[in-house]
Design a protein around this ligand. Structure first.
Ligand code: IMP
Ligand code: MG
Length: 180
C-alpha cells in the first residue's frame, strides 16, 4: 500500500485504470456530435480529471473551449446545503453545448445548481461528466451523462480530491486507511 503523509492509502482506482477509462469517456463524448462545445471544469476537485479528460478528448479529435467555475457547496450532503458561485466563467454560454466536468457526483446539489445556471443563461445543452458516482448518496434527481466509475461509499482522496487540501497530488484515487 502506498504511504503518504505517514498514512497508508488503499488504492481504489489506479492511474492506469483511470487513463483507460478517460479515453472511453472521451470516445463517448465524441459520439454525441456536440457543436461549439464549451467544457467547464468545476473547481477545485475536478482540476486533474478535467486536465486529463480534455487531453483524451483531443486524442479522439475534439477541440473544445475550456473554462473554470468555482462553486462552493456548504453541507452539500445535507438538506440545508447552500450552493453558490464563488468565481464565475468569463464566457457566454448562450446557444452552446456545455459539458460540466466534476470529480464526484454525490447528493447532486452542486451539479444540479450549476446545470440550471447554465440552462438559465441560454445554453443549448448542458451535459455532465464525473469521474466518480456515489449513487447511494443522491438527494436530487440529477444523473451524469458520462461516469468514470461507480464509487463505493467511502471518503476518497487523490487525483484532485482532498482532505483539507491534502492528497490532491496522488495519481490514483484511494482511501486513507490510517497510520503506517
Ligand atoms: P454534491 O453532489 O453536491 O453532494 O457534491 C459533491 C462534491 O462533494 C464533490 O464535487 C466533491 O467536491 C465533494 N465530495 C464528495 N464526496 C467526496 C469524497 O469522497 N472525497 C472528496 N470530496 C468529496
Ligand atoms: Mg467538487
Amino acid at each position: 500500500m502506498p504511504v503518504v503523509r505517514d498514512k497508508e492509502i488503499e488504492v481504489l482506482f489506479s492511474a492506469s485504470a483511470i487513463a483507460r477509462r478517460n479515453l472511453e469517456l472521451a470516445k463517448d463524448i465524441a459520439a454525441h456530435d456536440y457543436t461549439d462545445l464549451l467544457v467547464i471544469s468545476v473547481l477545485k476537485g475536478s482540476f486533474i480529471f478535467a486536465a486529463d479528460l480534455i487531453r483524451a478528448m483531443h486524442d479522439v479529435g475534439l477541440s473544445p473551449e475550456v473554462e473554470f467555475i468555482f462553486i462552493s457547496s456548504y453541507g452539500a450532503g445535507t438538506t440545508s446545503g447552500e450552493v453558490r458561485v464563488l468565481r464565475d466563467i468569463d464566457n457566454e454560454v448562450k446557444g452552446r453545448d456545455v459539458l460540466l466536468i466534476d470529480d464526484i457526483l454525490e447528493s447532486g446539489k452542486t451539479l444540479k445548481f450549476t446545470r440550471e445556471l447554465m440552462m438559465s443563461r441560454g445554453a443549448k445543452s448542458c451535459s455532465i461528466a464525473v469521474l466518480l458516482d456515489k449513487r447511494m448518496r443522491r438527494k436530487t434527481d440529477l444523473d451524469a451523462d458520462y461516469v468514470g466509475f461507480d464509487c463505493p461509499d467511502y471518503f476518497v482522496v487523490g487525483y484532485g480530491m482532498d482532505v483539507a487540501h491534502a492528497f490532491r497530488e496522488l495519481p490514483f484515487v484511494g482511501v486513507v486507511k490510517g497510520d503506517a
